[in-house]
Design a protein. Structure first.
Length: 276
């Protein structure tokens, strides 16, 4: 809101309404979807001296015409908060809605998570969670995620077995809620699974199959099962996955599908605020 109001405030509202008055406003859904962001928007209105109530909770499915929020108080304050509140509610609800739709599409075969390609970080992650998805790694402090860049730099620094060294160090570290390694080839996935199987870290372990095709993933999973290494870690498919091809990835045997699509270009849920 600070960015929206700047130093001069809502100059249009102040120009047109010299006198303030008490009034009521409602936020209405203009289309069906999963509502997310109610907690955040209620806090926003309350911090601006307004009373607000909602018949819904985050995660509720709204139909066209459903009342999402009722706001009472200063007309000027309601108008000042309107755009910021709608921005939060529409974006989070849009993310929750597409997450819900994709979960229905994969029919429980696999979990769905966002990547860290988010614009609003925790709000975007929460919206995915409200829609039924996982949050994945919340931030750099949350989990150990060994990426190809890490391994390349280790090689440049003279490490002859960067994959082995990285997994060993991650397994010994007290930090992070889980350990994940990004691989780009079947051979790397097999090696990582074998290492996790032999080292047996105390934290959950994941192997991200980055930019693998569904066929490549199936081949990798098949090899892992042959080597009795399939249960050493959870497997995540990531890279280039969208609503058009997600069903193919859901049938590969992975545990999680992560998608930048969920948060880097979501369609907002159409909502409106009306003064009554």
């Amino acid at each position: 809101m600070k960015g929206d109001l700047g130093n001069q405030g809502d100059i249009t509202t102040d120009l047109l309404f010299k006198k303030d008055k008490k009034t009521k406003a409602v936020i209405i859904a203009k289309e069906e979807g999963i509502i997310a962001g109610i907690e955040e928007v209620v806090l926003l209105y309350k911090k601006n001296g307004l009373r607000v109530s909602s018949p819904l909770k985050d995660g509720a499915r709204a139909r066209k015409g459903t009342k999402i929020l009722e706001i009472r108080g200063s007309l000027k304050s309601i108008l000042r908060v309107e755009r910021s509140a709608l921005d939060v509610l529409q974006r989070m609800s849009g993310i929750a809605t597409i997450t819900d739709a994709l979960i229905s599409k994969v029919k429980g075969k696999v979990a769905i998570a966002p990547t860290r390609k988010t614009q609003w970080r925790y709000l975007d992650k929460k919206a995915v969670f409200v829609g039924g998805g996982l949050t994945h790694r919340l931030a750099l402090w949350d989990a150990i995620l060994i990426k190809e860049n890490h391994l390349d730099i280790m090689r440049e620094q003279g490490e002859k077995m960067p994959l082995e060294k990285a997994i060993k160090k991650a397994s010994e570290s007290p930090h992070g809620n889980f350990i994940e390694i990004e691989v780009e080839k079947k051979e790397q996935a097999l090696k990582a699974a074998e290492l996790f199987s032999s080292i047996r870290p105390k934290k959950p372990c994941l192997i991200m199959l980055d930019n693998f095709t569904p066929r490549q993933i199936k081949e990798t999973i098949r090899e892992l099962k042959k080597k009795n290494a399939y249960h050493a870690a959870l497997f995540e498919a990531s890279g280039g996955i969208n609503p058009q091809n997600i069903s193919s990835y859901a049938d590969t045997g992975v545990d999680v599908i992560s998608m930048g699509y969920l948060t880097h270009s979501p369609t907002i849920l159409d909502l409106t605020q009306l003064i009554e």
